[in-house]
Design a protein around this ligand. Structure first.
Ligand SMILES: [Zn+2]
Ligand SMILES: [Zn+2]
Length: 288
C-alpha cells in the first residue's frame, strides 16, 4: 500500500467510524421503542448501543492520533477492540472518569453476556444498564465532539432518546463515586451483613473485593485491584453486591453466583432479583 492510498484509507475510515456510530445508535433506539411491545428486542438494542460506543471511542482515539486506532501500528489493517480502545485512551491521558470506566465496563459485560449467555439475562437489568451506557455515550459525545448526540438522531428516535435521558436522571443516583441504579446502594450495604455462607455444614467466609486469588488477572505480576469492583461497585475490602460476577467462591474458586457449590446463606440469595418468566422467555425466543 503506497502512502497516498494508506492516507485515503485512514480518512475514509475516520468518516465511516462516526457515521456508523450514529447509524448503530439510531438502530439501537429503534429497538428500544420496539422493546416496549417485544422485550426480546432489548438484546439488539444493547448490542447496537455498545457498537455505537465502540465506534465513538475509536473515533476519539483517531483524533488523538490516527495510528492509535490500529492493533499493530506497523501494520494498520486491524482496528483495536473496545477494551483496548479504552486502555489506549487512558494511556494517552484522555480523561475518562472512574464512573465512565464503570459504564464502559458494563457495556463490555453486557455485550459479552448477550453474545454468550443470553438465557441468563433479566430484562430490568438489561434496561438499567442500557440507561447507564446511553447516558455515558451522551455525555462523552458532548465532552469530546461538537454538540450533543440529538442532532444525529432520526426524528423518529429523538423522543426515545429524550425518554432514556429522563429515566436515567430519575432512576440513577451517585453512590460512593459511581452512578448506580437507585435500588442498588441498599442491596450493596445489605450484602455486607452476610459475610458467611455454608455448604454441607461447613462454614466459608465470603471473599472481599481485592482478596481474590483465582482470577487470571489477580495472578498477573504487578496486579493492583481497582478502587471499586467493576461489576457491583463495592469498594476495596468490602463484600460484593448480590449477583456480582467478580466475586470468587470461597469453596471452589469459581464465580460465586454461578458455581455449582450450592452454598447456603440465611438471607444473601433473597437479595437477588426474582426471575421474570416472561422476560426470560422473550429473550430465549430464537430470531426468526
Ligand atoms: Zn463486585
Ligand atoms: Zn463454588
Amino acid at each position: 500500500m503506497d502512502a497516498e492510498n494508506a492516507e485515503q484509507r485512514i480518512v475514509s475510515l475516520k468518516l465511516s467510524l462516526l457515521e456508523n456510530a450514529y447509524d448503530s445508535l439510531n438502530e439501537s433506539l429503534a429497538k428500544v421503542a420496539q422493546a416496549a411491545e417485544d422485550p426480546g428486542q432489548w438484546k439488539f438494542a444493547v448490542l447496537n448501543l455498545v457498537h455505537a460506543l465502540e465506534l465513538l471511542l475509536k473515533h476519539r482515539l483517531h483524533e488523538e492520533h490516527r495510528l492509535l486506532l490500529f492493533e499493530n501500528v506497523d501494520r494498520p489493517n486491524r482496528t483495536v477492540s473496545l477494551e483496548r480502545a479504552l486502555e489506549r485512551l487512558r494511556s494517552v491521558e484522555v480523561t475518562i472518569e472512574p464512573r465512565d470506566v464503570a459504564a464502559i465496563d458494563q457495556a463490555i459485560k453486557w455485550r459479552n453476556a448477550i453474545t454468550h449467555y443470553e438465557t441468563d439475562l433479566l430484562i430490568h437489568e438489561v434496561r438499567e444498564n442500557y440507561l447507564l451506557i446511553f447516558e455515558f455515550l451522551d455525555s462523552f459525545h458532548l465532552t469530546h465532539f461538537q454538540g450533543g448526540l440529538t442532532q444525529h438522531l432520526s426524528v423518529a428516535n429523538a423522543p426515545t432518546a429524550a425518554q432514556m435521558v429522563q429515566e436515567f436522571r430519575s432512576e440513577f443516583v451517585e453512590f460512593q463515586g459511581r452512578s448506580m441504579h437507585r435500588s442498588w446502594p441498599h442491596k450493596l450495604l445489605t450484602a455486607q451483613k452476610y459475610p458467611e455462607v455454608s455448604c454441607e455444614g461447613i462454614i466459608f467466609q465470603r471473599i472481599h473485593w481485592g482478596r481474590e486469588s483465582h482470577w487470571e488477572e489477580t495472578r498477573r505480576e504487578g496486579y493492583v485491584p481497582r478502587e471499586h469492583c467493576r461489576d457491583c461497585g463495592c469498594r476495596l475490602g468490602e463484600l460484593h453486591g448480590p449477583g456480582c460476577c467478580v466475586e470468587e467462591c470461597p469453596r471452589c474458586g469459581d464465580q460465586f453466583t454461578y458455581c455449582d457449590c450450592d452454598l447456603e446463606s440465611d438471607g444473601l440469595w433473597d437479595l437477588l432479583p426474582p426471575i421474570s418468566e416472561e422476560g426470560l422467555e422473550a429473550l430465549e425466543t430464537p430470531e426468526e
